[in-house]
Design a binder for this molecule. Structure first.
Ligand code: TYD
Ligand code: MG
Length: 452
């Protein structure tokens, strides 16, 4: 086989250059040239250049397309099945990202151990086989039939996989892999992209389910090129507060299921245990009401979840006060505070504002807006809110309170956990009374502030 030619491709404009430089000769961008293997001109027998389901090209009318569900296999962990969209899809590639020590390796090791009917292979470039087996024994996992391999070269890895023929392949982690066809070091953008492309091609050609573990950067994004997320079918983030025993798995992309679906696990000596009814585990349950704490009902994926939003508003000692949001989007916080000033008449220019969602949960939906502002207000005034109150609603730039999906379901969930009062958007006021719940519906921010 001819040695593949190496080119340096600009990640900004796509231009190619034969040698590396700090600046792209085509578009002038800095630090964008990435080592790339140039595929030879396409030959009919060569590997498919396009990753995906493209089979023989035929045009069909939509009525003739055979409708069948993707066959799925249960992973043995209900919560993992849930985030995957109902179980493992053969031939799919799942990328799992998370901080070091969060439990990624343990989760997948445990999944393979619980899948005795399917031949599987766990490939690690991070730990020795002894470390992996020690952990499996410590966790008391059934280890019969668990096949392990240490390998960091992706070509050799896939060679072994082709002879072993696993139906489920775990690769821990993509950052340790390298391809012989490139000269850059493992973990570099070019290497990550090339290794992932080979794994994806292997999965599609052999109908193997592949799990790829990926590290995240300090900012919480998956390390490596953004295209990595586009290449795979499913991207899951494994998150959690290091101090808490609960871990949350979130689907941020899924070709075979709902995004933002959450799976909740508890860490135990025997590995991760699915938490079937996670609704109220993330609340801190203060013995008496404290200022700056608000409970909201979020609905991530397909079920409601009660979470606590905490705020600390304190006089700033800096010229530009700090705005810090953990578990929520930072820019949204700045926007909400501006709305509160303009439409609620409350200025926090000289105050630092810190917002945190308890338990390491991330809330990505806008239904948190009203809870965030209520928590900030409660902390600013140093006045606790009632402990049996839940708040949710989106806040618009014009100071209006917008409805959120599934309002009634959220209220019922809150009532089930003993909450008796709610402040919600006008359009979410339930048509039929929710038992044990006194609902106050608001349509302007000023109205909500008055109620608080
Ligand atoms: P590990 O899976 O190695 O994390 P990652 O691969 O994300 O870096 O887990 C870190 C440690 O926690 C490891 O020593 C095993 C331990 N652990 C348990 O004891 N029980 C559990 O349920 C989990 C998830 C981890
Ligand atoms: Mg690990």
């Amino acid at each position: 086989m001819a040695k593949p030619r190496i080119v340096y491709q600009c990640s900004a404009c796509g231009g190619q250059s034969p040698k590396w430089g700090g600046q792209c000769p085509d578009c002038g961008a800095w630090n964008t040239l990435v080592e790339t293997r140039q595929t030879a001109s396409p030959s009919p027998s060569g590997p498919p250049r396009h990753v995906g389901y493209a089979g023989a090209p035929t045009v069909q009318s939509m009525d003739d397309v055979e409708l069948r569900e993707e066959p799925r296999t249960s992973t043995g962990l209900d919560e993992l099945d849930r985030v995957l969209g109902g179980g493992l899809v053969h031939g799919s590639v799942v990328l799992i990202g998370g901080d070091p020590g969060i439990g990624k390796s343990t989760l997948l090791l445990q999944t393979l151990a619980l899948l005795p009917d399917l031949p599987s292979l766990y490939v690690t470039g991070e730990e020795s086989l002894q470390q992996v087996s020690l952990r499996a024994h410590r966790l008391g996992l059934p280890t019969v039939g668990l096949r392990l391999l240490t390998e960091t070269c992706v070509e050799r890895l896939l060679d072994t996989a082709s002879t072993e023929r696993p139906r489920v392949l775990v690769v821990d982690s993509i950052q340790t892999l390298y391809s012989e066809s490139l000269q850059s070091v493992p973990g570099s953008v070019g290497q990550i992209r090339e290794s992932a492309a080979q794994l994806v091609r292997y999965a599609k050609q052999t109908d193997t389910a592949v799990f790829i573990i990926g590290h995240v950067t300090k900012e919480g994004a998956l390390a490596g090129p953004r295209v990595l997320e586009h290449m795979v079918d499913t991207v899951l983030y494994f998150e959690g507060d290091p101090g808490s025993r609960y871990r949350v798995m979130r689907a941020v992309k899924n070709r075979f299921g709902a995004v933002n679906e959450l799976g909740v696990f508890a860490m135990t000596e025997a590995g991760l245990k699915p938490v079937a009814n996670p609704s109220a585990i993330f609340l801190s349950r203060h013995p008496e009401p404290v200022p700056g704490s608000v409970v909201m009902v979020t609905r991530e994926g397909t079920r409601p979840l009660l979470v606590e939003v905490q705020a600390l508003v304190d006089e700033s000692r800096q010229a530009s006060p700090r705005r810090v949001a953990v578990g929520l989007e930072q820019n949204r916080l700045a926007m909400l505070l501006a709305v509160m000033h303009r439409h609620g008449g409350l200025a926090l220019f000289d105050q630092d504002v810190f917002i945190n969602v308890v338990g390491g949960v991330r809330v990505s939906e806008t239904a948190a807006d009203l809870a965030v502002l209520s928590a900030a207000l409660s902390s600013f005034r140093d006045r606790p809110l009632a402990s049996d109150l839940v708040i949710f609603g989106e806040v618009g730039l014009a100071g209006e309170i917008r409805p959120v999906p599934n309002g009634e379901e959220r209220l019922r969930e809150a009532a089930k956990h003993g909450y008796a009062r709610a402040i919600v958007p006008k359009a979410n006021a339930p048509r039929h009374e929710v038992a044990g719940m006194h609902v106050q519906a608001v349509h302007r921010l000023a109205q909500a502030i008055e109620l608080l």
